[in-house]
Design a protein around this ligand. Sequence first.
Ligand code: FCB
Length: 467
Amino acid sequence: MRRRDVLIGTAGLLAGALPVPRAQAQPVPTLPRDFLWGASTSAYQIEGAVKEGGRKPSIWDTFSHTPGRIADGTTGDVACDHYHRYPEDIGLLTGAGFEAYRFSIAWPRILPDGTGVVNDAGLDFYDRLVDALLAAGVAPWACPYHWDLPQALQDRGGWTNRESADWFADYVRVVVARLGDRVPNWVMLNEPNVHAIFGHAVGIHAPGLTGFPNYVSAQHHMNLAQGRGLVAARAERSGLTLGTVFSLQPIRPASTSEADRAAAARFDAIWNRINLDPLFHGRYPELFAADFEPLVKVGDLAAIQQPVDLLGVNYYGPSYMKDDPGGVLGGTGYGALPPGMPVTALGWPIDPEGLVEVLGDLRSNYGNPVTYVTENGACYDDPAPKDGVVDDPKRAAFIASHLAAAARAIEAGANLKGYFAWSLLDNFEWAEGEAKRFGIVAVDFETQVRTPKTSYRYLKDVIAQHR
Ligand code: FCB
């Protein structure tokens, strides 16, 4: 079933035409006039069409089809069928007034075997998407890698193979050559820290590898890939705005014990500094430098320390860590949350002030780079649609409180220039499957009907008030 001819904007116009109830009286923050408002998605989580247009499997196809890996047994085979329904989804962006859209490009659509022969049909899809975004007045922000490595490359060791840095640079060259004339903003990797930790150390994400050595190797090679990707993009086309995306969070001890404090410091190095220090200072954090040392060849750190025009920060909340001598991540483990700490439906702690802390850290320790929140949002169990709306007051409140935190951070001197909501659509939430929802627009995965939520209407109001 193809829906390429769906008129751009159907859903958005509809959403715009409905009487917009003021969104549950959430406070509207005051952010700068030129603050950029966007929404984010990623390829495997929304596109579906996994066997169309010459695409071959990624590590997430393999992983999601492995029994027991995904909590609700779903896969990304269809997801939001965005591959066919992208015009309707662009209508949802314009319906709320979003000015920018961060999407990812599926490497296995472009180079189905990971390297070698370029698949034009894959590039054509992103051509259509980008052209439709531009026609709708939405600035495209492309991320070449949001965790969907071609399976063929995993078969050659994936990110644990040092050659992966060159595979990635070659791939970046291909997508920038084709789309760089219309896509000004590029963020290289989505959350290499999360991909390294969950995919290569604890194995709950694709490719399902485990152990500290795999983690160190995947993390170093992704850092290197990011550096080589930035160089490749710059060489391919001048004038682009280039950066990358890290998941950053305050890491707090689960108790006041000395052992837990030390564990928190170690996990802070693993979660935050292992990406930030090489990029901005050309070194690995002291606590783990010896673990990386055998992999770091002459010139690697200089190759990673590339200038960036922006840093994307994905912020969801803090982590509370305890000492865990057998724990795969530097002897740390997730500990209990402080009593009374509010959480989302995934049990993630809610702490908007953590965003102020993270941005303060960038200001104090990393030269206050131009920053965008490239993901922020929350998982909640939503009610069924009623009168054309899914009422999600908790998600709207979550977003409102984080926008207020963003405003406080800017007041304190953060170089924060915009906010992208995660996510435009309910989607395939990795190991959680389709049951766990982060969208500001609900998706009925049976019918593919999209229904804006209260949080969408809230953001629409906020954006309108800033224009
Ligand atoms: C981030 C991922 C994104 C989504 C959100 C909830 O870590 O980048 O794909 O899963 O978490």
